[in-house]
Design a protein around this ligand. Sequence first.
Ligand code: AMP
Length: 658
Amino acid sequence: MDYKSEMKQLRDILNEAGYRYYVLDDPAMDDYDYDRLLRKLEELEAAHPEEVTPDSPTQRVGGEALESFQQVVHPVPLESLQDVFSPEEVEEFAQRMMETLETVEYSVEPKVDGLSVALEYRNGLFVQGATRGDGQVGEDVTENLRTIKSIPMTLPDKLPRLIVRGEVFMPKNVFHKLNRQREENGEPLFANPRNAAAGSLRQLDPKVCAKRLLDIRVFNLQLAEGKAFSTHGETIRYIASQGFQTIPHKLLGTAEEVNGEIFRLGENREDLPFDMDGAVVKLNSLQDRAIIGSTAKCPRWAIAYKYPPEQKPSRVLDIVVQVGRTGVLTPKVVVEPVRLAGTTVTNATLHNQDFIDEKDIRIGDTVVLQKAGEIIPEVVEVLRELRPEGTEPYHLPANCPVCGAPVVRDEDGAAIRCTGAECPAQLHRNITHFASRDAMDIDGMGPAVIGQLIDKGLVKTPADLYFLTIEQLADLERMGKKSAQNAVNAIAASKERGLERLLYALGIRQVGQKAGKVLAAYFGTFDALNQATVEELTAIDDVGGITAAYIREWLDSPQSQHLIGRLREAGVGMEAVKQVSGQQFKGMTFVLTGALERFTREEAAALIEGRGGKASGSVSKKTAYVVAGENAGSKLRKANELGIPVLTEDEFAAMLEQ
Ligand code: AMP
């Protein structure tokens, strides 16, 4: 067989296997065989790049990153839905339908809590996918959608044009795993699967999106040139026959049945792989839909029933207090475990003393808990009639539960704070924050490793990280010699992050990333900042009086000065990265490709940005320079095609020096 036919055959086999696995949930090939055939196809494609087709399964892993998303005008608008909140409102809706129509059939289906997208096919080939946007104009996220394995790249029917609409979501199990990983890496958590899906689908780099394992359920036929249907049920059957995963629907005749189905869906929502934020009721007949019509934003022939947030009572077993990175004491209730909106809840935040006082929450009370879309449950109210005798109002302790130092209440808020500079709870969070991605970005120094280092007494301040040896690190659990070496390298690399990140990393109250940048740009060196008076600090744009006072207070503390001394001793840079540079790259876009030796991609990007330029992931006519390291691939090719100047790493480094 010639290579072209072999490639086609491999694509067909793999696409069919993917369909069975991702759409029908009925795998027909084991992973080993799949990977083996995929490898074979990859090899053939590498040898014959001109034969790579858009429907190849190799094109789903995420292509090159984009600079921005293009706008897409939806030929058929992606309408919104009118919300209703009670069975009575569902009956009123049915009443309205019956005023105009003789017989009515409803489709009732789960409302998937994700993001609406339109998928467009031309002659059976996936050509474009766009977010809903404002319903009329969305964003082109085709490359990200290609990474969703249950979206077919080709359809059996080759209609000139077909557009379907579906809801992209992050499966609940993927979401929990992702958040666990983010927690370990000290990254901010996603509040819920919807936010996680939205964040993933709007990634400019499709490779990031590919890792998020999004999925989709299709629920509407927007347009099908050359096909006619009379009911919603027919269109959904047709869509399913074309290889899409569709949203299941039930056809019913009366409001009573509809309400019964809404209730049943709500009861079974835990079993679904996606979060459901309601049930949708639609007319089944397409002709009836046209008769009933739409308002400017929503169809009149459909409604979305929103379930009230689930609430359950539970008994308060205890109130415990956690100490955060900035020393804030956060009280939590520990409750008898109760099943709530899909998870077992054992505690809920009480925010602060004011919240406790206002609701008068006491140990022994029965409280009503609720999870409203977010993962953190909250206390709605206390059931006073169930309060046992002998309970007492709760007050936060006067001393930090971790280190015993006295606590004080913020003058400007409800927060209560530990005053112990060496509080171990703060230490763990301080160091985790210091090493985190946006701060000193020390790869491999997540909360778990830092916890072990503190427990062993190896680090007492962030500066101690810089004095760790490979042997000390290799001794930790789940660390070999190799990862210990990597950790030491990562720690060493972080010395050059510059003053702006260092200031943020130090965890000075009110000094976030932005203030770090502003201060570094203004003072240039730590020593200059160290001399600044409160008045001088306050005079800087973006630095308020309270922040200025916190900064001065921090600088004046002997512990801070000791810490700075140790960081200096370790060789941590205390100058602004941007200070040495002007705006020599203003208005220029650089693309980095291949492996660079002297810098990581992030460092090189920071150096470019520090000089007023932009670092982008994809080459276009607007690119000023492409910096090509070892093994540069398609971006280098594209630069040559477009005639964009290409720099070696040495040339780039020389340019930075100018
Ligand atoms: P809302 O965003 O609250 O106006 O709700 C309307 C949105 O629900 C639509 O834009 C769809 O993205 C989404 N949706 C989820 N599941 C369905 C479904 N089965 N039928 C219609 N819309 C749905």
